[in-house]
Every structure is written in structure tokens, then in C-alpha cells.
Design a protein around this ligand. Sequence first.
Ligand code: IVH
Length: 671
Amino acid sequence: MEKLPANIRHEIEKLVKDLNYHCYLYYVLDAPEISDAEYDKDYRHLKELEEKYHYVLPDSPTQRVGAPPLDKFEKVKHTEPMLSLDNAFSHDEAREFDERVKRFLKSDKEVEYTVEPKYDGLAMELTYRKGILYKASTRGDGYEGEDVTVNIKTIKAVPLKIEDGDIPEEIDIRGEVYMDIKEFEALNREREKAGEPAFANPRNAAAGSIRQLDSSITAKRKLHLACYGVGAAKGITFKSQWEFITWLKKARFPVPAILKLVEGIDAAIDVIKEIEGERNGFPFEADGAVIKVNDFGLQKALGMKTREPRWATAYKFPAHQGATKIKEIIASVGRTGTITPVAVLETVRIGGVNVSNSTLHNWDEIERKDIRVGDTVVVERAGDVIPHVVAVMKEKRTGGEKHFRPPAKCPVCGSAVEREEGEVAYRCIGLNCAAQVQQRIGHFASRAAMDIEGLGEKNVELLYTHGLIKHFVDIYRLKKEDLLELPRFAEKSAQNLIDAIEKSKHTTLARFLYSLGIVHAGEYAAKLLARNFKGIDDLYNIKPEKIIEIKQIGEKIADSISQFFSDPENLHTLEVLKTFGVKITNPDFKAEAAEKLPLDGLTFVITGTLPGPRNEVEELIENMGGHVSGSVSKSTSYLILGEEPGSKLKKAQSLGVKIISHEELVKMIEG
Ligand code: IVH
């Protein structure tokens, strides 16, 4: 072993200090000052010096990885118990919490509160002795947890040493370890590929990653930490939560994304609303907001109930997920005959809405997730998205669960069922299948198609079952008197529908083509056809080769369009529509000009966050003749790289797809 010269010791100490600082800038403040390559260079240099001179500081970044796998986790007693929180499910319940606080304190004075997001992760306690991270433990039962120190050290945002602030003799800092949603999704994709079971939510993924005996696995999982509380402390005192948080920030600990100090419950509720409003933009899952009495003296006076303190409450947001049982699985027939399995659920309230069924997508999905009738499942509902089954809770199985096989016959019309080569979907081949017919009519009338207001699913079913429409053409045969005979129509509603039908007769070629419901030809294909063909007649008996000349349209779509326009019955339908007065204009048609758009024939994929709203960039690309696709493939012309790109970047790199910035895109357009 080489002797340690003073200058080398200083160099090592400086490297550790600098690298820790850059780690903090990158992982806590999200504002790096040096490049990854520079960081890596210094890191490697430090590692070499440490190995050569056997001088390793306890807070060296090299200590974040490399601990040998454990046999088991040791138990750790918490000096002060780690409590849980009482819940408030409404603003009124938050006000009741405030009233209880005041009543207990025998005071009418407004109370000072701190408000912050409630992270949906795993509670941790980090013990620092003389400023050095000494032990990290899980919450466990609140009194005793497990020693996960080596795993916690792999989280880059966790300081290995308290810097800058006052360094206490010993302090227990509490916080939540969590996984970002994007990271969770990427991890699940990887696991599914590897045939491993997916995690039901980011919290389970974080917990599974922390409870790894081999810390090198934890190190790969990109976990984060948000610190929000203090346990036992020696050699330092804080007067309030706010003072503690201020110290945390100075000492370089990551703290919650939003943290406010307010006076009175009304102001606290305003912050809750703000957090709820921002919730969907957070990269992590927040399941609520935590309100805490700020003053530690008051906290002490309030004390605790059995498991929860009286000085805090968790305001819970409506959940995105819920657990429920699959009562049965039905096969639902779509517009083009596609048969989709749908789970009929025991009704569960998710995000303030009653959910009683959920799509299962297709049979491959059922098989992959091993979903059975009678299973208890985790169902997710996010925004406007149709609820879907995230995972099966296999531990709840009793043995009576039943597999669900694809139907041999169409459940609606009894026709044969087929599965096309290479497709995951089963299809009913019956042309007059009632389910298909009704949905074709509904599609024809839908907003992006002929836009007939008042002709939604329910009314289509009503008109169909009363024999008034058997095909979308029949819509134009409807008379007000017919409608008035039906249970749901009165003078005004009947007139409104007749007016809406009349109005729909003036339409554009793009809308009209889309409304025909040609298999595989969606809104975008319809728009492309309209750009390239002047009128509907130009498509009669068209050959697929002619359609394929439109670069963005592939063979499958071209064949389907050609087939549609070669069928005499379809052409007859179009003629009938014309006799009913349907007038089609084509503002999208661009005779020669279309050829000269700067992004003509190019396909773009976007990844990460762009400087402006993504839909505006997409619109710009489309208007300039380009096409935006959701996934990278060999035919992608360019990947537009935003901040925090997803897995598309790797895919593009592996396929050799050109990668450009938003700025470069703008340059391409401006020429
Ligand atoms: S304060 C006395 N603040 O929620 C309890 N907890 O349901 C002090 N949690 O066990 C906890 N985000 O794991 C607090 N900003 C936050 C939190 C938070 C998440 C978790 C924590 C706790 C659980 C209680």
C-alpha cells in the first residue's frame, strides 16, 4: 500500500466534496452544472486514488454501490415510533381536523399549518451520526423496521453526509422513498419482456426495489427520496416544521415538490387545491396532501392518539386505482367485428366515479396477465382513459377462478369467429351482426365523422331496435313523425335531431371518408386521401397501387380502401347518400402545393418534454406535410428529442434513426 501524501489526501477530499456537490445539483436541484462525462471522469479518478492509497471517506460517492448481497435484513428499532396519519376525505373533514386542533388547544386563534404533497411510496428513517449517514431503515410496524442502509445509499439524492447546515450529534430524518411514474412504467415493460410479473403501482415497485438483498439491483431502479419529518435528534433543536424544513434544504436534503406555510385552514385548503391541480403534472404519484401544525410546541401539546398524531392529517385525493372482483368476462363486438373481452366488475369507486367494467384489450393480454373470472384485480382509471386492469392479486385466489376462452361464435349474431394471421384480435365475420351495424351507425354520426348531435349510442340502439335504421343511409330517411312515436322523443328533441341530420349533409371529404368506417382507415388516412384526391368519385374502383403513392399510407390500409371502393354495394350506398343531398367539399385538397410542403413524406416521433405544448408541435408537423407517430420504427424519419426522453431514444439509436432537437425541426420548416 502506498503511503498517503498530504496533497493526495487533499485531492481525494476535494474530489469527494465536489462530486457530492454535483450529485446534489443533479439529483436534488435538477440543475447540473457539469456534463455527465466530466462527472464520470472525476469519479473514475477518485476511485483510482482510493484504490491506490486505501483512503476511502465514508461519504465518498464510490460508497453508493458495491456492498456484497445480504442474507437477510437486520432489525432496527426506531428511537421514536414512526406513526401513521389520520385521513380527511373532503374539505369539510379538513375543517373538522382544524376544529379538533383548536378545541384541543382551547384556542380560537388561527393555527399555522404547513402543507405538502403526500408521496405514495415507502416511509424511511435515515439516521445521521456526526453528519454521516449511519443507518437507514424501513418503517416496519412503526416501532421496528429493517436495515436497508446499503440500498438507501444507492439513491443518488440521499446525502451521505450532512453538508453546510449545523451538524447535529445525531438525527433521525424521515422521508418517503418513491419511484417516478415513467420509471415504473419502463420497469414494468422490461419485466413483462423478461416474463416477470409486473408491479401493480409505483409504490409496490419502490418497496420491491428497496427490499432487495442485493443492492446492485436497487442501484438500477432509479429511486427518489422526499424528506418531510424529524424523529429523535441530539445536539440540535427546531422550533417548527418550517424551521426544520429550512434546515433540511440547507443541508441538501430533497424535500417535497410543493411546501407551503399558511395561516388558518382556509389557506391550507387553497394549497390542497393547488397541489391537486398540479397533481397530474407531477412525475411521481401523490395520493393526497399532508397538513401539519407548524409549531413543534403546539405539536407536543396536541400529542398523539394510539397510532396517529393529533397535529397532522392526510387529505386524500380520490384514488386512481381500486381493487375489486371480476364477476364475469363478456365478449363485446366492435364496429369492425373485433371481439374485445370486457371484465364485468363488482362496482368499485375510483376517483369519485363508479367503475363496473373494464376492458381487457384482447386474449393475449388476458393470458399474459393470467386474468380469470373470480379474480380480485387492481383496476386503474386515469383521466378520461377507459378503466383497465393493471394486475391480478394472485394472493387472493381461492382456486375457484375460471379461465375465459375466446368464443367460437359471435356472442351477438352467432356468426363464425376468425383470427387473422399475425393479429391479436378475434373478429365476427357476420356482415349484418347487430352489434357491428349499430356501431357503424354510431361511428358515422360521431363528432369527428358526420357530427350528428343527438345520435349517440343510446339513440342509435333505440332507432335500430324499432326498425327505423338498419344502415347509416337510413339516417337520412328519418322523419320527425317517426321519432315522435319513440319513447325518448318529444317535439323539441325530435326537431333537434332532424335539424342536426340536415346540417350534417354539408361535410368535407375527410370527414365523409372517415365516417364510412373503412377497416384500418382512421381519421389520419381519411385526411391523407382528401389531400390527394379531389372528390369521392376519384376513389371509385381505385387500385391499391394508386393509393400507395401516398407515402404515408401502407399496403394494409390501401388494400382495405381499394376493397371498399370496389364493392358495388358500397358504391351504391354512396350514390344513395348523394341523392339524399349529402354535399361534400374538399378544402384539404392541394393540387400541386401539397407536394411542396417542407415536411412532406416525413414521419416524426417525439420523446420527452418540448419547449411548448406537444399537441401544437404535432399540429405544426402535420400542417407542414409531415406525420407524427407514437412509436419509433424503421420508417421513422426523425426522432425529436425533448427533455427527459423516454425509451424511444434508445430504440431510435438502435435503429439508427436521425435525432434532432425542437430547434432543428423549426429550422427544417423555416428552411
Ligand atoms: S408526515 C406522523 N408527510 O404517509 C406521521 N407523511 O399515511 C408523519 N407520507 O407513514 C408523516 N408523504 O409514509 C408525512 N409529506 C408527507 C408524506 C407522508 C407520504 C406517508 C408516510 C406515512 C404515511 C401515513
